[in-house]
Design a binder for this molecule. Structure first.
Ligand SMILES: Cc1cc2nc3c(=O)[nH]c(=O)nc-3n(C[C@H](O)[C@H](O)[C@H](O)COP(=O)(O)O)c2cc1C
Length: 411
């Protein structure tokens, strides 16, 4: 999320057994520099303690409608006006019902009527309560009214049953909240396809050839595109890094599988970013059984993998933007410029590897942005999140230019 302005979230905690997880949500939001005003319903106070939320957020927890009148800071209309987001997590069947029909009988439900900020509900309840036609109808009404929802998920519930009703993962809720809080929307309706992480080329059923790519850059790109309201699909090789909530992720293993997935999805995208470290070579033959020491030396013969970026760039439609990555230990800029030209890319991020703090698996990267026009911008050593921001600044600029040109030519 862009740090331009401090943001404020009203965290409504209602009387669900999942209320204790709201403390984790509050903590994650505070760690990201967001002001959190906790609001606990009477039922929530039976399950969790307001003091927990006060300690985590540094703000008074609102628990009663009438008490705050003496304090203009937390008077409900004032909070309704200044909040950037209302996040109700967990959201009981009761608060959904009240919000759907406009009942205002406590601080939270009253303020929900008074606010025009986006509202995000994370429902949590027993499966039968969730599936009840009344709850389903309330969800439908609230969605139609523009409220946002995350979950519930299916799984084992506190009441012992297994089914839908478990609150979404707190970190997913925070990710979604951050997307809603980010005011940028310059990629709204833009479909972004990103490749990420390494590929694995099998030698036998237990061994493979791979590289040190972690998937951090692809994840940072996906998150940035999401914050700017793009539709994001990631085709990822094996990676430990979790993709942000809201991204469609297709997992693949080999370069061949990545090439196939890209070929299927490429025509649907407006922006294609090839951030994956695709293995250039694979064994020409995969052994059916594990090669043992007793079988003697293992000799590998390697053949080239498909050139995913090169192949797709040939299918590029006029409206599409293609961004490449180059990671080199030597002659970085010369190799990068050659790749940019040969593959007819719109621009390319060149990444110096083999130096401290830059390259595969690190959180920062020594980066250069090479434009098709011939310019090269030295970005310096930057966190991967900032590199992702610069990349999408450039993408947004190109989209704007193209839209302006199309508009002018259709006059
Ligand atoms: C231990 C306990 C756990 C509960 N868990 C849930 C729940 O997960 N979801 C839900 O909708 N209601 C749950 N309830 C019922 C609500 O607390 C009850 O409907 C209450 O009126 C909700 O008020 P509120 O929405 O103002 O917080 C639970 C009740 C108890 C006693």
């Amino acid at each position: 999320m862009t740090n331009s302005a401090p943001r404020e979230v009203v965290l409504g905690v209602t009387g669900s057994i999942a209320a204790y997880k709201a403390a984790e949500i509050a903590s994650q939001l505070v760690q990201r520099g967001i002001k959190v005003t906790p609001v606990l319903t009477t039922a929530a106070c039976e399950l969790v303690c307001p003091a927990t939320f006060e300690a985590i957020t540094g703000n008074k927890a609102i628990t009663r409608l009438f008490e705050p009148l003496s304090n203009p800071e937390i008077e409900h209309i004032a909070v309704a006006n200044r909040a950037d987001l209302f996040l109700i997590a967990p959201a009981t069947a009761n608060i959904l019902a009240k919000a759907a029909v406009g009942i205002a009988d406590d601080w939270l439900s009253t303020t929900l009527l008074a606010t025009r900020a986006p509202v995000l509900f994370a429902p949590a309840m027993n499966t039968l309560m969730y599936e009840h036609p009344a709850t389903q109808e309330n969800l439908r009404i609230l969605k139609q009214r523009g409220c946002h929802f995350i979950g519930p998920e299916s799984g084992r519930l506190a009441c012992g049953t297994v089914g839908a009703g478990r609150m979404a993962d707190p970190s997913h809720i925070v990710e979604f909240a951050l997307t809603l809080l980010d005011p940028r929307n310059d990629l709204r309706n833009v479909r972004v396809l990103i490749t990420s992480g390494p590929t694995r080329e099998p030698i036998d059923p237990v061994r493979f050839i791979s590289n040190r790519s972690s998937g951090k850059m692809g994840t940072a790109l996906a998150r940035e595109a999401l914050f700017r309201k793009a539709h994001v699909t990631v085709i990822s090789g094996p990676s430990e890094v979790a993709m942000p909530y809201g991204v469609e992720v297709l997992y693949v293993e080999t370069a061949e599988e990545m090439a196939q997935a890209c070929a299927t999805r490429f025509s649907e995208c407006d922006v294609f970013i090839a951030a994956a470290a695709v293995a250039d070579y694979k064994p020409d033959h995969v052994l059916d059984t594990k090669h043992k020491r007793s079988d003697g030396p293992l000799r590998l013969s390697l053949v080239e993998n498909p050139d995913i970026l090169g192949t797709l760039a040939q299918r590029k439609a006029p409206h599409q933007i293609i961004v490449g990555f180059a990671a080199e230990t030597d002659n970085l800029l010369a190799h990068a410029r050659e790749k940019l030209t040969k593959k007819n890319l719109d621009f390319l991020l060149a990444n110096q590897i083999g130096i401290p703090q830059s390259g595969f698996g690190t959180s920062t990267v020594r980066a250069y942005l090479l434009h098709a026009s011939g310019e090269t911008a030295d970005l310096g050593l930057l966190p991967k999140e900032t590199v992702a921001e610069r990349i999408f600044d450039r993408v947004a600029e190109l989209i704007k230019k193209r839209t302006a040109t199309q508009g002018a030519s259709s006059l």
